[in-house]
Design a protein around this ligand. Structure first.
Ligand code: 13P
Ligand code: SF4
Length: 393
């Protein structure tokens, strides 16, 4: 019997149907039941048997039950570096989402295997920019006569194809920790004094691109235009493309994009003296109303350094906020989730203990399941773009 949930069923379950779940994802028959009381012991035993052969990376947005088994936790930038720094690990089990596992595969040797415990762990933002759409966009830039003055900067949250496009066209990858440096680098690449002013095509998160351009580089909102891949020429005239400095792809995070100005105003009214700290994937109006803005690593460091008695409302993924709230409760730091209705990232949450146990026990039995492998040509150009990022000052 086919038990793959239909898009309607997913909707009713509160989970989003996304192209990742249509990537040919098997529902493994041998997956342990989530109610199995021995799961923790089984995960421990399998990890111990595999020893140094396995290295488990855990993104900050993963469930507690999974984070418990991570050898290292981090944001996407830190995890990319950690993967690249482990040449001796035969198996890298990536507890995160598909684009992160692809990046790890690109940055590790062919002898190493990168495993994503559930192939349905995609990212709706990464799926908002396909290779065909981006090629069409580049044609529109070329027709407007601005392609040669444009440097692509792609957020880590993009497919390997988009990273390869970026590498082929002289661009770099960025994460939320280094977006400012990536943009400064990109604007320095185009020779001054050309016929058209230098510009950046920022993919696929319009909010990170806009927030970084305006907050960190001092641009105005008028310097930014939004390219809509569902409209001819992105819905922009050649003149608009020529006048823009930042061409923002019309993509967004379905979690961070839900925080609203109302949620900031509401929490300020409920909790006097609260500090509002949000991730730069949030909308510009939310970021503008916040006290502090930063990547997941930045958020963790800010809370670590916060004085006892301080109060915080955090606008990022709920697994991380809950963990931080519990961790710092003893130090009398009050940490709340910025919005009362925003949910977990449904695709991050697909990696659960049953999938992790299944992936690890399969390795113990000599079987590699859910290997993520990027083809050679894509890898070559995507690596160029990733290495440019790792070399950013
Ligand atoms: P960082 O890990 O770069 O903070 O990105 C957040 C995110 O949404 C990852 O999917
Ligand atoms: Fe993608 Fe947003 Fe989930 Fe990150 S939090 S994996 S950007 S949908």
């Amino acid at each position: 019997m086919d038990v793959t949930p239909t898009p309607l069923a997913l909707l009713l379950l509160g989970r989003e149907a996304d192209p990742a779940s249509e990537r040919g994802v098997d529902c493994p028959g041998e997956l342990p039941a989530p109610s199995d009381p021995d799961l923790v012991a089984r995960a421990r035993a399998a990890k111990e048997k595999l020893g140094e052969k396995v290295f488990i990376l855990g993104h900050h947005y993963q469930r507690d039950e999974v984070i418990e088994f991570a050898d290292v936790t981090g944001d996407s930038f830190k995890l990319a570096r950690e993967a690249a720094a482990r040449p001796d690990a035969e198996h890298i089990v990536f507890c995160g989402v598909h684009f992160m596992a692809e990046s790890a595969d690109i940055l590790t040797s062919d002898a190493q295997q990168v495993i994503l415990p559930d192939l349905a762990a995609g990212c709706s933002m990464a799926d908002m920019a396909t290779a065909e759409q981006v090629a069409e966009c580049w044609d529109a830039l070329s027709d407007a006569g601005v392609d040669e003055a444009t440097v692509p900067v792609s957020y880590m949250n993009s497919s390997a194809d988009i990273k390869a496009f970026t590498g082929r066209h002289g661009g770099t990858i960025c994460t939320s920790s280094n977006a400012r440096r990536a943009l400064e680098w990109a604007f320095a690449q185009v020779p001054e004094g050309g016929e058209v002013p230098s510009k950046v095509l920022f993919l696929p998160d319009q909010h990170l691109g806009r927030n970084t351009a305006v907050r960190d580089l001092g641009m105005s909102l008028e310097d930014c235009v939004v390219y809509n891949p569902h409209k001819p020429n992105g819905g922009l005239t050649p003149e608009e493309l020529r006048n823009a400095r930042m061409i923002l792809w019309r993509g967004h995070c379905s979690v961070h994009g839900r925080f609203s100005l109302d949620s900031v105003e509401d929490v300020r009214a409920r909790i006097p003296d609260v500090n509002v700290l949000v991730h730069p994937e949030c909308k510009h109006e939310v970021v503008a109303a916040a006290d502090l803005v930063g990547s997941t690593e930045y958020i963790i460091k800010a809370l670590d350094a916060a004085p006892a008695g301080s109060k915080w409302a955090i606008g990022t993924e709920l697994n991380l906020v809950r963990r931080l709230a519990n961790r710092y409760a003893e130090q009398d730091k009050e940490i709340v989730f910025l919005d009362r209705t925003v949910c977990f990232c449904s695709t991050m949450n697909r990696i659960d203990l049953p999938h992790l146990v299944w992936a690890l026990e399969s390795l113990v039995e000599g079987r590699t399941v859910n290997r993520i492998s990027v083809d050679e040509q894509t890898e070559h150009y995507a690596k160029l773009a990733l290495e440019r990022m790792l070399a950013l000052p």
